[in-house]
Structures are given as C-alpha cells and as structure tokens.
Write a protein that binds this ligand. Structure first.
Ligand SMILES: [Cu+2]
Length: 156
C-alpha cells in the first residue's frame, strides 16, 4: 500500500487534532533513542491524552497540559467552548519550577484563576468560566521572558 501524506485542512474542527499531533510529535522527538520510556511519555492509560478536551460527567470541560524541563507548555494551544473549564497543569519536570496564569491585560476577558507555583512532579487544577470567544494568552511568569507562553482559544 502506498504511503500517503495527508495534509490537515485548516478548518476549525481539525485545529485540536493538529495540536494533538504536534504534541505527539514533540513527545516522540524528546523520547527518540530513549528506550527507557521514562518520564512524561508513560502517562497512565486511564488519562485522556494531554491537551485533549473532554467533558466530565458534571458537564465541565476538562483538559490537562504539561510543563517539562523546558520553557514550554505541552501542548501550547488548546480550544474549549464557552462555559466552565477545569484545567490541570502537570509539572513533569524533574528540575524546573513552573506556574500558570492567564497573561494579565490580554485576551477578550480577564481570567483571574491561576496556579502560583508548581514544584517538579506536582500538578494542580483550577476551574473557571469562559464567555467571550477569542484567544486567551497564558504564560509561566517565571519563564515568560524565555518564551514559555501558550494560548487557550474559546470558540463557539
Ligand atoms: Cu516555567
């Protein structure tokens, strides 16, 4: 069977899928040549994929992102619908301390909920309401200067 290369269409429906693919590619990149399967690549099977937005039984959208030993969020973008969001940030780093906040003064509306500090190996969850559609930039304030930023998109 010939190998086909599929290009993702740039429609809104494929955005999340593209983000997931990007995250998988990044993870694969980091683990290349490492047969040990240590660290973040071995998340428990019951968890949905990192960056995948699911709806909990109580109707709240849930998503988990990770911060590794680098100045990035994995994935750095995710998309939710207007409504309630439960966001978990998992610091998979072994060395680095990170945090999470929505960048002050940016985005269609301010979201005050934040995670002030995440030690290596810690995770924390915040819950908040999103209304206006648009892009909500977030960052790790410790590493903002080093480019540790991301975007939550709210799409109706
Ligand atoms: Cu950081």
């Amino acid at each position: 069977m010939p190998r086909t290369t599929r290009r993702l269409a740039a429609g809104p429906g494929t955005r999340a899928a593209a983000a997931v693919v990007a995250a998988v590619l990044l993870a694969g990149c980091g683990g290349a040549g490492d047969g040990g399967g240590s660290g973040s690549s071995s998340s428990s099977a019951s968890d949905p994929a990192v960056g995948t937005v699911t709806t909990a039984p109580d109707g709240v959208q849930e998503v988990t992102i990770e911060t590794p030993d680098d100045y990035v969020f994995l994935p750095e973008t995710f998309t939710v619908a207007p409504g309630r969001v439960r966001l978990t940030v998992r610091n998979t780093a072994e060395q680095m301390v990170h945090n999470f906040r929505f960048t002050p003064g940016q985005g269609p509306a301010q979201i005050e909920e934040e995670i002030p500090v995440l030690q290596p190996g810690e995770s924390d969850t915040i819950e908040f309401e999103v209304g206006p559609v648009g892009d909500y930039p977030f960052d790790c304030s410790f590493h903002l200067q080093l480019g540790q930023v991301g975007t939550m998109t709210v799409a109706g």
